[in-house]
Design a protein around this ligand. Sequence first.
Ligand code: PMP
Length: 362
Amino acid sequence: MARGYNFAAGPSMLPETVIQQVQTAVADYEGQGYSILEMMHRKPAFEAVLLELKSRVKSLLNVPDDFEILFCPGGGKMQFAMVPLNLVTQGCRGGYVVTGTWSRMASEEARRVAREVTLWAGDGCELPTNVIRVPNDVDYVYFCDNETVDGTEFTGLPMVDNDEVRFVSDMSSNFMSRPIDFTRYAAIWAGVQKNFGTAGLACVIVRRDMLGCAAEIVPSMLDWSVYAKNNSLQNTPPVLQFYTAMLMARWVDEQGGVEEMDRRAKARSDMLYGAIDDMSDFYVCKLAPGVRSRMNVVFNLADESLIPTFVAEAAAQGMTNLAGHRSVGGLRASLYNVMPMEGVEKLTAFMRDFAGRYGKGR
Ligand code: PMP
């Protein structure tokens, strides 16, 4: 079957060239006589993959020298626990800005494993516009840069009344889609399966002086400083995930880097939001323009009973996975780095045709 446009929220589209390279590596890794699936992580062949991955992440994101780049198995949600286990200090708390599904889950996990205070909470459709008060016993201010389910994305740091406090951000769904200014961060992290590879691995970029705060009881596999000391190789790592992320890093580089990813992301999402707003009697996006995500366009049909038909007809034309997250329903088109502009052109043409056939004017 021909490759279509996969609008899934993650795992999501990979470039065909990356898939082909993975296929070749699964058969025989660079003429070594064994598959990447059989590759030992303590051999020069894997060390070269890890070295290239780290150095490309560093240069693509301009990561300052006082930050460590770590790769942790366990995907995104594991970091919900690792952040507080590594950063909440004696008697203090993690401060959470809750803007949607993923930041809420992170705050709940922080409460489970350490201590948490919710600094701000919205209804999933909004982002804070006020200056948030940060109590003195807060170790870090946590937020989710892009809420994958709710479809909101920050354009800068949340405003807080404390110039010293450091931020932690979940960038799982907009990692490698724009430059990052690390100045105010303790750490940023991302599950890599959306813009940067396949599921099961998280990239954590943490300021070195924030490491080593984990309590003695914290298992070593949950302690960032153990990853830092062992070059992310404290156990047998998911070699294929590292390799795919390395290929993605090469791809982002070849395509022009994160500035170019940002330009494309804006072009794609502007086109789709434009189409939704043009046909606002048929398609509805309840998010204000200033909070709309470039990555996950969350919208609905004015007549929700048409959703199964919309999703099925789009899939029949090769545009798959357009149903909204099961918790919120509606529709969602995820437009990550690899989604070509043609995918959005095809989707918006389909939306016009669909509205013409099922709308009032039919
Ligand atoms: N954070 C965000 C913003 C996400 O979108 C997701 C997954 N969709 C996660 C965390 C959780 O990642 P994982 O499924 O790899 O645990």
